[in-house]
Design a protein around this ligand. Structure first.
Ligand SMILES: [Zn+2]
Length: 112
C-alpha cells in the first residue's frame, strides 16, 4: 500500500511527490493507531503509557550522559567517546528512553 512510486530508470514513476505524501500519511496513521491501542490496553490493565521525546536517545551515553553523534561510529554500534562505554545502539536507545520515562513519571508524581 505504501510502496514508492519512483519507478525505474527505464520507466520513471508519475506523481512521485503526491504518492510520497500519501505514504507518509498512511504510515503516520499506523503509528497513531498503534499508540491508541497501546494506551487502551494499558488503561484496561491498569497501566499507563508515557510518551517521551526520542531526540538524541541514540547519541546519548547512558553511563555518563555525554551526547555526540560521534558516539555512533557504525550503524548498529554505540561507543561513547567520553567514557568508552560500548554496546548495541538499540539497547543504548532503549536504556535512554526508559530513563526518560522514569524521569517523566517522577516529574508527574512530584507535580501532584
Ligand atoms: Zn559515556
Amino acid at each position: 500500500m505504501s510502496r514508492s512510486a519512483k519507478g525505474t530508470v527505464e520507466e520513471p514513476g508519475r506523481n512521485v511527490a503526491a504518492k510520497s505524501g500519501l505514504n507518509k500519511s498512511i504510515l503516520d496513521q499506523g503509528w497513531g493507531m498503534f499508540r491508541r491501542m497501546l494506551e487502551y490496553k494499558q488503561r484496561w490493565r491498569g497501566g499507563e503509557v508515557i510518551a517521551v521525546n526520542p531526540r538524541y536517545t541514540s547519541q546519548t551515553c547512558p553511563e555518563c550522559g555525554h551526547v555526540s553523534k560521534n558516539n555512533r561510529p557504525q550503524q548498529a554500534l554505540f561507543s561513547c567517546i567520553a567514557c568508552v562505554y560500548t554496546y548495541h545502539d538499540d539497547v543504548v536507545a532503549a536504556r535512554n528512553i526508559l530513563a526518560l520515562g522514569h524521569r517523566e513519571r517522577l516529574n508527574a508524581c512530584s507535580a501532584r
